[in-house]
Design a protein around this ligand. Structure first.
Ligand SMILES: C[S@@+](CC[C@H](N)C(=O)[O-])C[C@H]1O[C@@H](n2cnc3c(N)ncnc32)[C@H](O)[C@@H]1O
Length: 212
């Protein structure tokens, strides 16, 4: 486990992770999108919006630093986000508590995003049903990767883990979802589970859609 020191940089709560003489800072950032009405970033033709489909409520079971959850809130969905790492929850809460009112995305995020700390495998069977459960576990390492993954990714993994229980999470998501489960995957990785109905591909990744 790396040493973790919390400090503020430009007013934002930041975690400095230190291990083996290496350090990196992580913090939650507002989404880098144009939130003005009718902007292309908010088009329902965006790959994530296409994958989520005609839905009102989303559970983001793997919130991380909440980039996807905030984006979904800006797209107009009501989002309940679960994250089990207390450190990441602390960083995201600090961002949510200090949203810049001058940023056009802030109001949508404030109105539509709720964050809960905990393990989604336990929380999903107990929470109010949502139309879609969204799952984005840590990407698996590339099978034929000769070198170790980048040092900063190693550092983050040493804090949040490898999400080795993501298949169990998928089953909980499938049982809890009202309409569909959407799983974010890198192109090189096989689906998390059999039964993909269709996939929406973007340049760097794809969304596997499972219908109920
Ligand atoms: C790849 S990150 C998600 C990134 C996120 N989609 C974003 O946009 O910032 C995966 C996260 O899921 C969390 N996670 C994995 N399994 C979980 C579970 N069963 N319950 C809650 N959080 C989980 C991990 O702690 C990690 O922070």
């Amino acid at each position: 486990m790396p040493e973790v020191v919390l400090h503020r940089i430009d007013g934002r709560l930041t975690a400095r992770l230190m291990a083996s003489g290496r350090s990196m800072d992580i913090c939650a950032q507002p989404p880098a999108i144009d939130c003005r009405p009718h902007s292309r970033d908010l088009s329902r033709k965006q790959p994530l919006a296409k994958a989520l489909g005609a839905a009102d409520s989303i559970i983001d079971a793997t919130a991380g630093l909440a980039q996807d959850a905030m984006f979904m809130a800006c797209l107009g969905y009501r989002v309940t986000a679960f994250e089990r790492s207390p450190l990441l929850v602390q960083l995201v809460r600090d961002l949510l508590d200090n949203l810049d009112p001058a940023n056009a995305c802030s109001e949508a995020i404030r109105q539509r995003l709720a964050l809960t700390q905990g393990d989604a495998i336990q929380l999903l069977p107990r929470c109010e049903q949502a139309d879609v459960v969204y799952v984005d576990p840590m990407f698996p390492p590339k099978r034929r990767e000769s070198a170790l993954p980048r040092k900063d990714i190693q550092l983050i993994r040493s804090v949040v883990g490898d999400d080795a229980d993501s298949r169990e999470l998928f089953q909980a998501a499938l049982e809890a979802a009202g309409k569909r489960v959407v799983v974010k995957r890198p192109h090189y990785a096989p689906p998390l589970a059999a039964g993909v109905h269709h996939s929406i591909k973007s340049k760097l990744l794809r969304y596997d859609v499972y219908l109920k």
